[in-house]
Design a protein around this ligand. Sequence first.
Ligand SMILES: Nc1ncnc2c1ncn2[C@@H]1O[C@H](COP(=O)(O)OP(=O)(O)OP(=O)(O)O)[C@@H](O)[C@H]1O
Ligand SMILES: [Mg+2]
Length: 345
Amino acid sequence: MTSGNGGRALLLGIDMGTARTAVVSNRQYRALVSSVVGYPRDIIGVKILNRTQVIGSEAIEMRSCLDLHYPLQDGVLKEASDKDLEAAQELLKHIIALSGPKPGDKICGIIGVPARASVSNKGQLLKIAGELMDIAMVVSEPFMVAYGLNTLNNAIVIDVGAGTIDLCALRGTVPGAENQLSILKGGNYIDRLLEAAIRDAYAGVQIDRYLAQAIKEQYAFVGEPQQRVVVPLRVNGKPAEVDVTDAVRVTCETIVVDIVENIKRMLPLFDPENQSAALANLILAGGGSRIRGLGAMIESQLRDYGQVKVTTVEDPEFAGADGALRLAMELPPEYWDQIGEKVGQ
Ligand SMILES: Nc1ncnc2c1ncn2[C@@H]1O[C@H](COP(=O)(O)OP(=O)(O)OP(=O)(O)O)[C@@H](O)[C@H]1O
Ligand SMILES: [Mg+2]
């Protein structure tokens, strides 16, 4: 594909999340980067790192000498300080550079963000994106997931992210704010609860949110345990095998009731004759969709509503970015303003 000015178009699908940002390009580039920018705390950090900033998982590994900035928090772009906005721009710049633009390329990107950000601070994000790309559009991530699956009618996407759980009702049009709901309880919330639950259950155990997150990502489940979850931790500095089965189960289950209640709240948006179709088309996405048993538990808690089917996307890490790229490839950038607000031309 060539762009209007004779240069080639580099099309990017980007899913900018609280925890991770995925990027895919029309030249088959794919990457997943932790959504964090670290700035050295002092001169020692600069000396150790030999850089003034570190982006992605390396920043988390080197966190002892860095101030970490996560550009998105609670489903919106953080605007607390200039450093936060700068971090958002640095992150975006980094992933664009990773995708390998060539001189003369026209860079056109569709950026999926949590549903709340797509409604509340889209303008700020567009401004940042507009300075880095020739054409950019910001859309809600659950809509991108739906677009990628070609499920644009009579369906509900439930995106269990790190900062928020976003629900989006697909009713055959581009969903506006009235078709989206956000719950401020995502994976980060579970991590905090799990950290506290393990600390409360075992006196002297050493646990922090990163360790809790790692345990969750390996063992997360809801419902009856298939096996005990026993992990090596340190108690008062001494290695110990700790049974965290109940802590993992209870904390992961905290999100189920919110998801179910919000599905019920969304149902009346569909015409009565379409509600059973929507319930047979619940799509679970986002990193939290990997919690074992989550789909089955949602189905069972909705059994009074007739036939309910929850389908989990195959590739939760890339489903949003792939959908964004698909849209970018199917709809020429000149027409993006028919879907949402765009900057550039
Ligand atoms: N196997 C797993 N089991 C449970 N949770 C997981 C698993 N893998 C990843 N997660 C969690 O999923 C979350 C990241 O998912 P995702 O990449 O969809 O979030 P995000 O897009 O960064 O966040 P948001 O959409 O809220 O901005 C993190 O909380 C992570 O711990
Ligand atoms: Mg997300």
